[in-house]
Design a protein. Structure first.
Length: 325
């Protein structure tokens, strides 16, 4: 057998292996930066890029549980929850940054309370140990207050609108759509602090199983490339009507109902994401944001051992699109 014949056989086998490869399985859930994947799904952009991808729709917590159980290859998570999942035995690599929350996470207060200082001595409904709790602590800190200045009432995030409406608490902390539901459920209630006041506190990412990334890095590179095609489409004002139609349809809302959710999400351009991958200790960096989340998680006994933040962050696929080392 000559070298050319052998090379031909190897090429054919490689092609066959790729054709038989299972689709990349990605869990996504109801957050604007993740619902945005629907644009690529509806437009068949993954097929155009030459990668088979199967998106599976979940509620948020079940999506993380599916990832931990090995049912999917990747999951859309917040950066803080990526650390939690890893600390509990299911590490991942954050290969792209979709966005950061820019107003969708809120402290919503009942009528008569119009600022964070007015919460002193009041009851605040929040899911303790989750990122809403972290947002509350940042709000208190920015106003020279401590956690002990308020009474925390531990409430699952999806139940916070009902808790505010019932009068059981004076304020709640939640993310969209729950925060918006609270505002609608209680006339004259008010968002008195949001992630717009602390940009970069909560990043939203695509977290991939390290083994899948190691064995199928070329396919994941294509996924990252498709994402930035989505970003270009989404950030073009001419595409706004179509984008809102696609996103709102995924979550059974009208485009006008969905518009505020998108407005409260800072979708990062490729260049902005590259800057967020730079190693600094402030919230403009994914590293700094993760260090902040890690300290919060340890302090609140979400897990005991501080995590090696850098081990969770994989910027190379994003930076490759910019032809950076």
């Amino acid at each position: 057998m000559n070298k050319l014949t052998l090379l031909h056989i190897i090429t054919l086998l490689s092609t066959l292996a790729c054709s038989l490869a299972q689709p990349l399985r990605i869990a996504y859930s109801d957050w604007p930066g993740w619902v945005a994947w629907q644009i690529a799904i509806d437009k068949n952009w993954f097929k155009e890029e030459g990668v088979e991808v199967q998106f599976e729709w979940f509620e948020y917590v079940p999506s993380m549980e599916a990832f931990a159980a090995g049912q999917v290859d990747a999951v859309c998570m917040s950066n803080g929850d990526t650390l939690v999942t890893g600390a509990n035995g299911s590490p991942s690599k954050m290969i792209l940054i979709n966005d950061y929350s820019n107003g969708n996470d809120m402290v919503v207060a009942r009528p008569g309370i119009s600022s964070i200082p007015e919460l002193k001595g009041k009851k605040v409904g929040v899911e303790v140990g989750f990122l809403s709790h972290l947002l509350l602590l940042k709000a208190l800190e920015k106003h020279g207050m401590k956690e002990s200045d308020v009474t925390l009432v531990n409430i699952p995030t999806h139940e916070t609108p009902k808790a505010l409406a019932s009068g059981d608490v004076d304020a709640i902390v939640a993310w969209q759509p729950n925060s918006g539901q609270a505002l609608q459920a209680v006339p004259r209630s008010k968002a008195i602090f949001t992630t717009r006041d602390v940009p970069g506190l909560i990043y939203d990412v695509l977290a991939v199983n390290p083994a899948s990334l190691a064995t199928r890095s070329n396919d994941w590179q294509k996924v990252v490339k498709v994402w930035y095609r989505v970003v270009d489409f989404l950030l073009n004002p001419a595409n706004e009507p179509e984008a809102l139609r696609i996103l709102s349809a995924r979550v059974n809302l009208t485009p006008e109902q969905y518009r505020p959710f998108l407005a409260g999400t800072k979708i990062l351009t490729l260049e902005e994401a590259a800057r967020a991958y730079e190693k600094t200790d402030d919230l403009s960096s994914l590293y700094g944001s993760c260090k902040n989340a890690d300290a919060f998680n340890v302090a609140n006994n979400v897990y005991k051992t501080p995590q090696d933040v850098a081990a969770y962050i994989e910027p190379s696929l994003t930076l490759k699109l910019l032809k950076k080392p």
